[in-house]
Design a protein around this ligand. Structure first.
Ligand SMILES: Cc1ncc(C[n+]2csc(CCOP(=O)(O)OP(=O)(O)O)c2C)c(N)n1
Length: 618
């Protein structure tokens, strides 16, 4: 097994890489020819970097299951492949993972899953290692960018050696933190240059029950061999220290534990499933007290207990949220592993704390126009995952449910079928609609509910950083392709009543919603306006102004929740409340606030030139 350092005679370079860049680099160097994924923080940049490398095919698929199937197909065809997704994406791809674990492949497949402990940008805190165990595939876990790069290569080699997809699990800090990576500059393990020819093997790849039963035995037999392999794997290392305390750690938790408890003995695990049983037993026998320090679930801890090895873990260290050096230190002090004097002073802690900044819809966000009107009409809104989910934040507070990608339409349909009389609305982004909204809307059309679905078409996958999708007409590798138009698609699904509106035009939105409410049938509104952060939208920014003399400080405009609006220092003599002003650096000129102002104090674009300009008083 080649790990970093085994590169005699090669020209080594050192680069500062994020974990995501390192994974992409490692996959490229290992000869991955086909990679597919669906964007999701914290792993999105892996595919973006990989797609820019020479001699590869990379795509954003419409969802994670498609992506994993694409990678499986490429590996069936003899090409090394990679699938990339965030932890919740693996739920979507789970079916594919399970069958690929059973069939095996004809070339290496690495499934990169980026977990999000602390839920910086996720609805839950799943620990993907549970999927590795569930599907019976090996799991490798980098602890910095170097091991991220190295372990991708190991993953592909293990995949081929054991005929199994291999999971590479990263977490937020591994994915985004930069550290030095040393690697061999020149070589890419060249994929076969001739075009692959497909080797038919029905008994292996076609899982009819008779074949599946045979493969089931193969999976278990393979697991036993993988467990033996784990014991010899160079990425599982004992780092001797004091015998009083032994720590088993993985991923970024290893870095924190090393920093806070430097004198302990360590067993650093690069492969966390299956565990190296003999190595762990040997390590446990060398130390008096054995701790497991791992982020998220008590995965390693439970495995150790199953092996009959006494250890402590989540009784000391947090189960919920991200670990950090501070969290490990605090837990260690509370458990008596370190003296209380090890705690930093309060002043030092406060100095490090960043100010809180709650998420908000951006200035000029087209989603805002929809929520202003659903609020006006007092509609219950079932949300989905995307920027428009931020409509749940005050002052809009316009989104009332938000579960997972693709949930909104089904939930709204269920509410209607439960007999609720208040009309429910489903809002869903364009990328999310292509991801998992289509079958849900098909269901509304076929099983007939009076659900009103609003597709928030901002022409991009905004929340994860403007990735293209099936509606944009451009692929990840910048190839122009046919964009799937939404309106014919929606009609083809069986929806008769389809309205396309500009969400900046509030009366248009209100009219369309009222038309839908007047029907007792499925209806769809396509809210079409590019994300305000796209370059073409930026070029059209024209900040608005408040005519202070007109402003009656009623605060109605502030209820649209635009970060560009603020209370100025100028007080309105009518009610002694602060007049509103507009930050010209933030305002895009979308005119939503101008449309809700009851006294016409916010100047529309065409009024700007004629009106005198005062600096807003802050
Ligand atoms: C299953 C799953 N995959 C990926 C993600 C990451 N993610 C969050 S929102 C989003 C899509 C947002 O795009 P869109 O629906 O077009 O809404 P927008 O943000 O553009 O308003 C993605 C991919 C996720 N949360 N869940």
């Amino acid at each position: 097994m080649v790990l970093h350092g085994d590169t005699a005679g090669q020209k080594l370079v050192r680069k500062l890489l994020s974990g995501n860049e390192a994974v992409a680099q490692g996959a490229w160097a290992a000869g991955v020819r086909v990679a597919a994924g669906y964007p999701g923080t914290p792993g999105t940049e892996i595919l973006e970097h990989f797609a820019a490398m020479p001699g590869v095919y990379a795509e954003w698929s419409p969802n994670e299951q498609v992506a994993l199937n694409v990678a499986i197909g490429a590996a069936y065809a003899g090409s090394r492949s990679m699938a990339v997704m965030k932890q919740v994406g693996l739920n979507v791809a789970a079916d594919a993972l399970f069958y690929a674990a059973a069939t095996g492949l004809a070339a290496g497949l690495v499934l990169v899953v980026a977990d999000d402990p602390g839920m910086h940008s996720s609805q839950d805190e799943q620990d993907s290692r549970r999927y590795a165990r569930f599907a019976r595939v090996p799991c490798l876990e980098p602890s910095d960018s170097q091991t991220a790069r190295d372990l991708v290569q190991v993953a592909l080699a293990v995949s081929e050696q054991f005929d199994v997809p291999v999971m590479l699990r990263t977490t937020t800090r591994i994915a985004h933190a930069h550290s030095v990576v040393t690697f061999d500059e020149a070589p890419r393990r060249e994929p076969r240059t001739e075009l692959p020819s497909y080797q038919i093997d029905i008994a292996k790849y076609a899982l009819a029950p008779a074949h599946a039963r045979i493969r089931r035995g193969v999976v278990e037999e393979r697991m036993a061999r993988l467990a033996d392999f784990a014991d010899t794997f160079a990425g599982n290392v004992i780092e001797p220290g004091e015998a009083e305390l032994g720590i088993v750690a993985n991923g970024v938790a290893y870095q924190y534990a090393r920093e806070i408890l430097p004198r302990a003995s360590f067993l650093k695990l690069g492969m966390t499933y299956p565990l190296p049983r003999r190595l762990v037993a040997r390590f446990a026998a060398q130390v008096r007290r054995l701790l497991v320090i791992e982020e998220q679930d008590s995965f390693i801890e439970e495995e150790l207990r199953l092996l009959g090895i006494a250890c402590e873990g989540k009784s000391i260290f947090p189960l919920i949220g991200e670990l950090s050096p501070a969290a490990v230190l605090e837990s260690a002090v509370r458990a008596g592993l370190l003296p209380p004097t090890s705690r930093p002073t309060r002043a030092a802690t406060q100095r490090l704390a960043p100010p809180l900044r709650p998420p908000a819809l951006c200035p000029g966000c087209p989603h805002r126009g929809i929520f202003v009107i659903t609020n006006k009409l007092k509609l219950v809104v079932n949300g989905d995952i995307g920027c428009y989910g931020l409509g749940l934040m005050p002052p809009l507070s316009a989104v009332h449910t938000c579960g997972c990608m693709g949930a909104s339409i089904g939930v709204a349909h269920g509410v209607a079928k439960a007999g609720v009389q208040e009309r429910n609305v489903a809002v869903i982004g364009d990328s999310t609609f292509f991801h998992s909204g289509i079958p849900a809307l098909l269901n509304v059309a076929y099983n007939k509910s009076n659900t009103i679905t609003i597709i928030m078409d901002n022409g991009t996958t905004a929340m994860t950083g403007h990735q293209p999708h099936s509606g944009t007409g451009r692929t990840l590798q910048q190839v122009t392709t046919s964009a799937t138009p939404l309106e014919p698609l929606v009609r083809a699904l069986g929806i008769e009543h389809v309205y396309t509106v500009d969400p900046y035009a509030l009366p248009e939105v209100e009219q369309a919603l009222n038309d839908c409410l007047a029907l007792d049938e499925p209806a769809v509104i396509i809210s079409q306006r590019g994300c305000a952060l796209l370059p073409e939208a930026r070029r059209r920014y024209l900040p608005l102004r408040v005519d202070a003399a007109q402003c009656v400080a009623c605060g109605v405009c502030l209820r649209v929740g635009c970060p560009a609006l603020f209370n100025s220092n100028e007080v309105c003599e009518l009610n002694q409340r602060p007049r509103v002003a507009i930050d010209p650096l933030l305002c895009t000129g979308c005119e939503i606030c101008a449309q809700v102002c009851p006294v016409g104090a916010i100047l529309f674009r065409e009024q700007l030139a004629a009106a005198p300009q005062d600096e807003p008083q802050r």
